[in-house]
Design a protein around this ligand. Structure first.
Ligand SMILES: NC(=O)c1ccc[n+]([C@@H]2O[C@H](COP(=O)([O-])OP(=O)(O)OC[C@H]3O[C@@H](n4cnc5c(N)ncnc54)[C@H](OP(=O)(O)O)[C@@H]3O)[C@@H](O)[C@H]2O)c1
Length: 332
């Protein structure tokens, strides 16, 4: 088997040199465990928060550890009756061609519902479920709500915008960094407007796009954008802190603050962070509904596929340069 390990703790923006490829014999499968041959493994921006010392909401990974990521694959050897040979599973075993599991933690035997294997670590996996539960549970989305999504062309953002429509939002605006991304959001994903977040007049552009203000800010990027958008929030608006891709590469003391907190009082705002695994017991119902939307063509997705486990460091580093876009996956 092959795996990608963290070569050293990272300062600033990650590069492929921060990782190293290692080979090892396939592990022996002990009683109660099973061996999965992965078919796809993901590169996730949230992993960045564990690759420096003094990391954020999760403890740092030590150098030498297998890098975090999600995978989908088939059981090829088993001494566990719940996961017989041939079972399709998704798990969080990291950047590796194979994984041994006992089935505990984030490890799910998948039903055959006619979707691609890779969807289980994309729109039906952690990114898609973050969009679903961020809107449904954290923001308590209501028909008629107006929604602003940051990093809207990413797997979480694009799904959030499209699900907001499914849940009855009246107007959906996305922020994205390239003309190609913005065209995809409007032409394919049905966003009403897509704006360039680097526009110095972004505040005016958001006011024009959402003249009555924002009911739900679904934020994937971090504090500076939240602070900037606070005056655009409507009365009783909700802010979902999904992720902080603009802040992950900065040491804590350089992460911008949120200053305009008076808006929370004036507009009775609520801001809440989420970790999608809190919603794990409810994944199956959401996944079956999202699968229906994918299969009937209502919900659009995009993937960037690299070949082999060795493609993951490059796919991961590319998350922070905003070049090609879509769920970044290595095909094993
Ligand atoms: N809370 C949870 O449980 C949970 C679970 C999964 C994911 N997440 C979070 O959800 C967020 C989105 O994840 P994703 O997988 O869909 O990734 P993503 O949004 O596609 O992240 C990569 C994109 O972020 C944008 N970006 C990079 N640097 C930026 C910067 N400095 N300022 C603004 N935008 C920047 C780039 O797009 P542009 O070209 O548009 O700049 C880039 O293509 C991440 O923050 C992730 O950590 C949270």
């Amino acid at each position: 088997m092959k795996r990608v390990a963290l070569a050293r703790h990272i300062e600033g923006v990650p590069t492929p040199a921060d990782f190293r490829l290692e080979e090892a014999p396939l592990p022996t499968v002990e009683e109660g465990r099973f061996l999965v041959a992965n078919s796809f493994v993901s590169a996730d921006p949230g992993t960045r928060s564990r690759l420096s010392p003094g990391a954020s909401y999760a403890p740092p990974l030590p150098p030498g550890a297998t890098v975090d990521g999600f995978a989908v694959g088939r059981v090829i050897d088993s001494r566990n009756d719940r996961f017989p040979v041939g079972t399709l599973v998704t798990h969080g075993g990291g950047w590796s061609t194979h994984a041994v599991s006992s089935g505990r933690g984030y490890c799910i035997a998948l039903p055959d519902i006619g979707v691609s294997d890779s969807a289980w670590i994309g729109v039906l996996g952690v990114p898609g479920m973050t969009a679903w539960f961020g809107l449904k549970r954290v923001a308590a989305i209501q028909p008629g709500d107006t929604v602003l999504v940051t990093s809207a062309a990413g797997p979480v953002g694009a799904t959030a915008g499209q699900l907001a429509r499914h849940f009855g939002a009246s107007r959906i605006v996305g922020l994205a960094g390239s003309a190609e991304k913005r065209a995809w959001l409007v032409d394919e994903c049905g966003f009403d407007v897509a704006l360039d977040y680097r526009d110095p007049d972004l505040d005016l552009a958001v006011k024009a796009a959402l003249p009555d203000g924002i009911d739900i800010l679904f934020d994937n990027v971090g504090n500076a954008m939240i602070d900037r958008m606070l005056p655009e929030m409507k009365m009783r608006g909700r802010i979902v802190i999904s992720g902080q891709v603009a802040d992950y590469n900065s040491p804590a003391e350089q992460v911008p603050g949120i200053r305009q907190t008076r808006e929370f009082i004036a507009r009775r705002l609520r801001m809440e962070g989420m970790v999608v695994f809190d919603d794990l017991p409810s994944f199956a119902g959401a996944q079956s509904e999202v699968a229906g939307l994918v299969k009937d063509g209502t919900l659009k997705t995009k993937e960037v596929i690299g070949e082999g486990i060795e493609s993951l460091p490059g796919l991961f580093s590319g998350l922070f340069s905003g070049t090609d876009f879509g769920r970044r996956l290595a095909r094993i």
